[in-house]
Design a protein around this ligand. Structure first.
Ligand code: C5P
Length: 232
């Protein structure tokens, strides 16, 4: 039997690039906020035992769940950056999660994770000494822009990947890596980047493009569409 894992689901962003007052993790699609869709996707895997959700202080939108889909949910206060929020989440994990246990980190704003991708990540990541992330190869041609908006150069896309979540690392190693980045004032935009800074080499596990992060209103419409297709 597969060892159980906990997830950290950062939801402390106040980002409202949509223009409204509601942070994107609380935008409602098909009757449920994006954070609910993200938790549903994670909890679909039998080995996922529970989740810690870092939220912003006095968050009026956090539903206050202590349980979701029959699994444990705990919230904690997040930080000023995504990395600080994830670190707070790691520190709030229950004591039953040991230092060398693997932990999943998954964006609350990434509601369309499939069980197939999550299973691949868990299988491959847990056989890697460091851990692994879901990602997809870059398929478009990459241009470097000049100050005037003209093209300065075409960048080779070979071996370039786009990093998604979930990302799977060991509790203590990831805690140390994020602490080190914060102490050095380096803003890491995902967990793997913090690990890389320590000379570690996480594994890339190819995942589906449909595991996208909600950033624009068009992303929201796409998620609503994919959800409707799924239940047909
Ligand atoms: O803003 P971005 O798209 O990078 O956010 C990714 C995830 O990180 C979101 O779920 C957001 O709520 C979370 N986040 C956080 N704490 C912050 C900033 C972002 O938990 N300070």
């Amino acid at each position: 039997m597969m060892a159980r894992v906990w997830a950290v689901v950062p939801a402390a962003g106040r980002g409202t690039r949509f223009g409204g007052d509601l942070p994107k993790q609380y935008l409602v699609v098909d009757g449920a906020p994006l954070i609910a869709h993200a938790l549903t996707a994670l909890f679909a895997h039998d080995a996922v035992e529970g989740a810690v959700v870092p939220v912003s202080e006095n968050d009026p939108d956090w539903p206050g769940w202590t349980e979701f889909a029959g699994k444990a949910v705990q919230s904690c206060i997040g930080g000023a950056t995504r990395a600080a929020s994830v670190l707070a989440g790691l520190q709030a994990l229950p004591g039953s999660v040991r230092a060398d246990d693997f932990v999943l980190v998954h964006d609350a704003a990434r509601p369309n994770l499939s069980l197939t991708d999550l299973s691949h990540l868990m299988e491959r990541g847990r056989n890697d000494p460091v851990g692994a992330i879901l990602a997809a190869p870059v398929r478009d041609t990459l241009k470097r822009a000049g100050d005037d908006g003209g093209i300065d150069a075409t960048e080779p896309r070979e071996r370039l990947w786009r990093a998604f979540t979930p990302q799977l690392f060991r509790r203590m190693q990831l805690t140390r890596a994020l602490e080190s980045a914060l102490a050095d004032g380096v803003e890491v935009t995902d967990e793997a980047m913090a690990m890389e800074r320590l000379g570690l080499r996480p594994l890339l596990v190819e995942g589906s493009e449909s595991n996208f992060k909600i950033t624009t209103p068009a992303d929201l419409a796409r998620f609503a569409f994919e959800l409707a297709q799924r239940s047909r």
